[in-house]
Design a protein around this ligand. Structure first.
Ligand code: 0X9
Ligand code: ZN
Length: 297
């Protein structure tokens, strides 16, 4: 049993996922997608009703915690899993009509390090940078200096973690995955591709429209404001983002990076008493995305 009144370490989260898979075998499957640099298992939760299973069902892929210090992202992802599964009876349509693939902690080594050693750690823990450690799993064109927080590493998908996610996404995407949401913090942004160029995708109006509807429902809960736009245009230009790859590389049409609470009062150190409000408002947005995706044929 997990709670969302505090942040949990990796071991506790994995235990929660394993228990859920055991208690809800008709809905939950725990998939191991490969190991991290430090040999930790990476877990993706498949939520799919075996009664209504179909290989052509629309799917949504969600991840979070690619940046270690952004603790609110795994806290939201685990809550989303909990809501879909343990509160299934309240809204069965979200599970019956969709397959969910949720990777709550994308960077386990970094996450563990941010609990044990350095709360503001961002990268993975691969020591390939001379005197420094870690590669930013979400950057391609950023820093070439290994000691930098956004060091891009030797090559695209050079890291175990990003290669595992690439393979997992490609194995489930196969034409039926309509949405990919990657959760970060902070800033309260709902970002569309592209992050590598100021040019917009040709279906930007549709991407914007769904984002707008989702954010409207989110804001209706507590008045929390989110800024919508392409990463390059509302944040900064940075290539190698997983959202860009999910759209351009894996062909998933509705691909977003969502930067969760807050706008900087606490930043990465978001107090734990904001986890539940953050999750309740984001759930309203998530439902809008799920409803939209359900209707796509
Ligand atoms: O810079 C990032 O990787 C993300 N922001 S964060 O503060 N959480 O580090 C934004 C990524 C946006 N997407 C792309 N640039 N493709
Ligand atoms: Zn981030």
């Amino acid at each position: 049993k997990l709670n969302w009144t505090e942040y949990h370490d990796y071991t506790t989260i994995v235990l929660f996922l394993a228990e859920l898979a055991q208690n809800y075998p008709d809905i939950v499957t725990l998939i191991t997608i490969g190991k991290t640099h430090e040999n930790r298992e990476m877990y993706m939760v498949k939520i799919s009703n075996t009664q209504t299973a179909s290989p052509t069902k629309n799917a949504i892929i969600v991840d979070g915690g690619i940046h270690a210090r952004e603790w609110i992202a795994p806290a939201w992802n685990t809550w989303l899993i909990h809501e879909l599964v343990e509160n299934y009876a309240a809204h069965p349509q979200y599970v019956d009509n969709l397959d969910w693939y949720i990777l709550p902690v994308m960077n386990p080594d970094g996450y563990v390090y941010s609990f044990a050693d350095d709360r503001l750690w961002r990268k993975n823990r691969n020591p390939v940078n001379g005197p420094c450690v870690g590669i930013d799993l979400n950057q391609g064109g950023a820093a070439g200096n290994g000691c930098d927080q956004t060091y891009h590493g030797p090559a695209a998908f050079s890291e175990d973690e990003s290669a595992n996610v690439r393979d997992a996404v490609l194995s489930v995407a196969n034409g039926r995955t309509q949405a990919y949401l990657t959760y970060h913090s902070y800033g309260q942004y709902w970002l569309t591709p592209w992050g590598y160029t100021a040019d917009l995708p040709e279906d930007y109006p549709q991407l914007f429209d769904l984002a707008q509807n989702a954010v409207n429902s989110l804001t209706a809960v507590y008045g929390t404001q989110y800024t919508i736009g392409s990463s390059t245009n509302v944040l900064y230009v940075a290539s190698g983002g997983s959202d860009d790859w999910a759209k351009g590389g894996a062909g998933i049409p509705y691909s977003y990076t969502v930067e969760l609470r807050d706008t900087g009062d606490f930043g990465f150190l978001l107090p734990a008493d904001q986890i539940i409000p953050n999750n309740l408002e984001m759930w309203e947005a998530m439902k809008v995305v799920a409803e939209y995706v359900t209707g796509i044929v």
